[in-house]
Design a protein around this ligand. Structure first.
Ligand code: GDP
Ligand code: IMO
Ligand code: MG
Length: 433
């Protein structure tokens, strides 16, 4: 038994992490975001309200304490907007923000767009929120941190220096580009004033609360295949979006991380570029996209969809050490027959033993599929009734689909989801801290 649980996505993001962080938050004291920035979009539907969080930890609808840890990059304007939105819903804000998280500035967003154009075929199709350039500055060690943001005497000289470097760089792409640095300073100084009361050293805080027995839930942003070190490079994001990022992104030693639960969507989706071996581009794709409302939470882009790829998910199972999974969006596959699940890849007539992490190899691979029988379309009321009646009420073909996932991944399925609402959830096992 441990008093921490982490929830990570095993694919390319949007697996339903927000829904399940909210679900599990009923048993937790604190929810911690440890990576990424406002490239994330985590949706929760509860009591008739739809929340879309980019930075706020997803325990907020239940007024659970949220911690945004050092591994995140913060666009302060976006965070303040999310705080205001929650206040307007009469939600109590209980937030702690790490003094060592890095700050996203407007020139990071500009550079994000310019770099993407230059990358051509290797562009990831980023959210253009300045995530990559902010993490680049962190690694180059001239980035500004939240501590700088809330101390104007540090903010001014550090921002001037960074601005000069960034302006020179932007001018390589766009020689006439300039902006009003004083205006950025004044704007960011005021963000710092408004955020100051939330800022602490979150590493000390989290270690202390975990040692005192509080139940802590770690919320990943993005999915494992988008991770900077173990993802689909260069088509991913700039942080460790898997469980390996938790320690570096929070200051919690690995031995204090208990259970790690992996999120699997019933099919595969992808926003952005990069080869996608099981991608569909026909009417089935459109049907899945419409039934699963597969449009990006952050950018509104239609998400690419395809058959469930368990071969790449197995890589995520390995690096995250997953023994328990949650399967989501099963209802979105209604009315499709047959269904296919990819269990491996073939390259030049040979069946591969392990997922080839190099994008240049993956693009030459052919998926190997198992065909399965689908289930019929149902009304929302029917799906809700099935959720109320539990596993036994599921269509028999869906049980076989789930059994196939379980066997291929050699994992326990602890929960499943057949709708976006909190209640459209079936617990197969009691997930405990
Ligand atoms: P996250 O980034 O992993 O938190 O996922 P997103 O919120 O970006 O995308 C998941 C989408 O699917 C959201 O719109 C959720 O409301 C929705 N969703 C989650 N689980 C289910 C489910 O079982 N069925 C359906 N139809 N929608 C779901
Ligand atoms: P959540 O947390 C899906 C994708 C972008 C792009 C690549 C790099 O909601 O699962 P970035 O802006 O991070 O530099 O973009 O990563 N991407 C996501 N795709 N869900 C996300 O987050 C994503 N965050 C980034 O589309 O391909
Ligand atoms: Mg999302």
């Amino acid at each position: 038994m441990s008093n921490t649980i982490a929830v990570v996505g095993l694919s390319w993001g949007d697996e339903g992490k927000g829904k399940f962080i909210d679900y599990l938050a009923q048993k937790a004291d604190i929810v911690v975001r440890y990576n990424g920035g406002n490239n994330a979009g985590h949706t929760i539907q509860a009591n008739g309200v739809k929340y879309k969080f980019k930075l706020m930890p997803s325990g907020a609808p239940r007024e659970k304490e949220g911690v945004i840890a050092n591994g995140c990059v913060i666009d302060p304007k976006v965070l303040l907007e999310e705080i205001e939105n929650l206040k307007n819903l009469n939600k109590k804000i209980n937030l702690k923000l790490s003094s060592t998280a890095h700050v996203v500035f407007p020139f990071h967003r500009i550079l994000d767009g310019l770099e993407e154009k230059t990358k051509g075929n290797y562009a990831a199709g980023t959210t253009k929120r300045g995530i990559g350039p902010t993490y680049s500055d962190k690694a180059a060690r001239w980035g500004l941190r939240i501590f700088d943001l809330i101390n104007p005497e540090l903010l001014k000289p550090k921002l001037e220096k960074l601005y000069k470097i960034k302006k020179d760089l932007i001018n390589v792409y766009d020689p006439n580009w300039d902006t009003d640095l004083d205006a950025i300073y004044e704007e960011y100084k005021s963000y710092g004033e408004r955020l100051k009361s939330y800022v602490i050293d979150t590493a000390y805080y989290l270690n202390n609360v975990i040692d005192s027995g509080k139940k802590v839930l770690f919320e990943a942003a993005q999915g494992s295949l988008l991770g900077i070190d173990h993802g689909y490079y260069p088509f991913g994001t700039s942080s460790n979006s898997n469980a390996l990022g938790i320690s570096a992104g929070t200051g919690i030693p690995p031995k204090k991380i208990g259970k790690i639960i992996g999120m699997v969507k019933a099919y595969t989706s992808r926003v952005g570029q990069g080869n996608f071996p099981t991608e569909l581009s026909n009417q089935t794709a459109e049907k899945i996209r419409e039934q699963g409302h597969e449009y990006g939470t952050v950018t509104g882009r239609p998400r690419r969809v395809g058959w469930l790829d368990l071969f790449n998910i197995k890589y995520g199972i390995m690096i995250n050490g997953i023994e328990e999974i949650i399967v989501t969006l099963l209802d979105a596959l209604e009315g499709i027959n047959p269904l296919k699940i990819c269990t491996g890849y073939e390259l030049n007539g040979e069946v591969l033993e392990s997922w080839p992490i190099q994008s240049e190899i993956i693009e030459n691979c052919t998926p190997i599929y198992k065909n399965l029988e689908g289930w019929s379309e149902k009304t929302r009321e029917e799906w809700s009734d099935i959720a109320k009646n539990g596993y036994k009420a599921l269509p028999e073909t869906m049980k076989i689909y789930l059994q196939t996932i379980k066997n291929e991944l050699n994992n326990n399925i602890v929960m499943i989801s057949i709708g976006p609402n909190r209640e459209e959830t079936i617990e197969l096992e009691d997930v405990r801290f």
